[in-house]
Design a protein around this ligand. Sequence first.
Ligand code: ATP
Length: 137
Amino acid sequence: MNTFLLEIVTPERIVFSEQVESLSVRGEEGELGILAGHVPLVTPLKVAPISVKSGNTRATLAVHGGFLEVQKDKVILLAEGAERSTDIDVERAKAARERAERRLNSQGNRDLVDHRRAELALQRAVTRINVSSHSKE
Ligand code: ATP
């Protein structure tokens, strides 16, 4: 099967740079599957797990929003944050999930910006927990 270079980059580091056969992401407009030779495009991404396949190996990574850019010869995923499943500290993510849930449930908190921030923190934490559970399958 044909492969393409996938680079996953955050403001902090290069998280992933490998030849892969397919990539599956959750875009703002729905699920998107990419194979070699896909038409060039740019699309915003949700906070969600992504899946990468190469030969018999399938990897799941946590991607915390950003953009996917399909170029002619490679695919760049410019993420606000991203982690490989093996780099995720699941206890930290569970603590972050609890903090975010507490903030969302607190009656006094009517500030929209705080609410949105807590929602995003919850999405990041849940994504990390889900990705981490994949790595133990
Ligand atoms: P926390 O409240 O635990 O810091 P957060 O969602 O606010 O979580 P981010 O601001 O998204 O954290 O990330 C800050 C840095 O910490 C990034 O480099 C990110 O990859 C890393 N990070 C955050 N949570 C985890 C985790 N559970 N396991 C591994 N790395 C993490």
